[in-house]
Design a protein around this ligand. Sequence first.
Ligand SMILES: Cc1cc2nc3c(=O)[nH]c(=O)nc-3n(C[C@H](O)[C@H](O)[C@H](O)COP(=O)(O)OP(=O)(O)OC[C@H]3O[C@@H](n4cnc5c(N)ncnc54)[C@H](O)[C@@H]3O)c2cc1C
Length: 397
Amino acid sequence: MDFTLPPDLAALRAKVRAFVDERVIPSEDAILAEDAQGREDRLRDLREAAKAAGLWTPHLPREYGGLGLGVSGMCALFREMGRSLVGAKVFNCDAPDQGNMELLRVAASTEVRDLWLRPLAAGEITSGFSMTEPAPGAGSDPSLLRTTAQRDGDHFVINGHKWYTTGGGRAAILIVLARTSAEPRTGATMFLVERGAPGVEFVRDIPCMAPAMLSHREAEMRYVNVRVPASAVLGNVGDGFALAQARLVPARLTHCMRWLGLADRALRLCIPYVTRRESFGRALAEHQAIQMMFAENAAAIHAGNLMTWHCATLLEEGREKEARPYSSMAKNHVARALCKVLDDAIQMHGGLGYSEDRPFALWYRVARASRLADGADEVHRMVVARDFLKGRLETLV
Ligand SMILES: Cc1cc2nc3c(=O)[nH]c(=O)nc-3n(C[C@H](O)[C@H](O)[C@H](O)COP(=O)(O)OP(=O)(O)OC[C@H]3O[C@@H](n4cnc5c(N)ncnc54)[C@H](O)[C@@H]3O)c2cc1C
């Protein structure tokens, strides 16, 4: 077991780290302020600079302008980018685009890839992933899927109501999961739908706990008699549930990587305050209750990092099925660790932590979604328990 990064990757990580420290973090407030006003001048400049520095879309193969990194390589870089809320967007590997690019790469026809993956990879357009439906439709339980796609000659006609299609309002393309038969395993199909197609209705961006920022605007969508050609099917008819898993397992691991970066930055940002602020005759850092918070959170970040690396290794070796419960374990653990770190960061900073003078309150509002998006905590725990009980999960790897 060697935890040292290969020299090429270590050099790349250093480059990304420096770019995030020197360019992204100093601009993050201004980028978010511009975004709130509907502008993106600074973001555009930084994205151009990331391209020029050879750090663009690192997850994609070189033929799409990426760096051809494996999952472990992504781990190393995404943690660095995740230290800033705007980091992943700067390098064109934010959710949901990153997972969608990967899905199009493996499941779309050459024609669809040329038409849509290339502009997505170039950062010219954005995309949405439209799976979740308001109750009583598909949420934690995908078998409740109600959106339908009925065959009509060489077309399909899609009807349904979705929400939490992140970025759906501004996206050029949407990947829509719809029911094509009543079969439990093979009854769903994924379609590539153009946002501008007749019948694709953007209802609203749902007001949420965190402010809308960049692509993270939670769209409610309706699909009303949307006609798509058979070539819009991703993979084959009936592959929908399997493709959703194929997309979600690595995508949730990339979430873990970004969240680890943010958790690490948040915990480090606590150091100046607790070392300078005095209480009852000594610095906060000298009180055991504060030390416990550092010890527990540092251990939680480290454990999450190891879980993520381990799962990345399985994916890289093509052991996707085996990786599934480990990805659930990592996602559940890292999401909770991130929320705990931020809650403790607020606590350690007292009133200052609760104020908007420090970033923790905003980050906490953003981070809270991590325990729901891409599967609620309870569902991931259910997967871990189920596989452990069936002997499919080895805790002493
Ligand atoms: C910020 C954000 C972004 C998102 N982006 C996307 C996106 O881009 N595309 C997309 O398709 N979806 C997206 N989602 C939706 C997300 O995947 C769902 O919210 C999630 O899967 C839970 O489904 P639900 O909201 O319908 O909750 P429900 O299924 O209604 O579940 C409610 C709660 O019940 C509990 N629960 C559910 N099942 C079990 C169980 N088996 N055992 C015990 N307790 C259980 C959990 O506590 C859960 O939170 C996003 C969500 C958020 C918050």
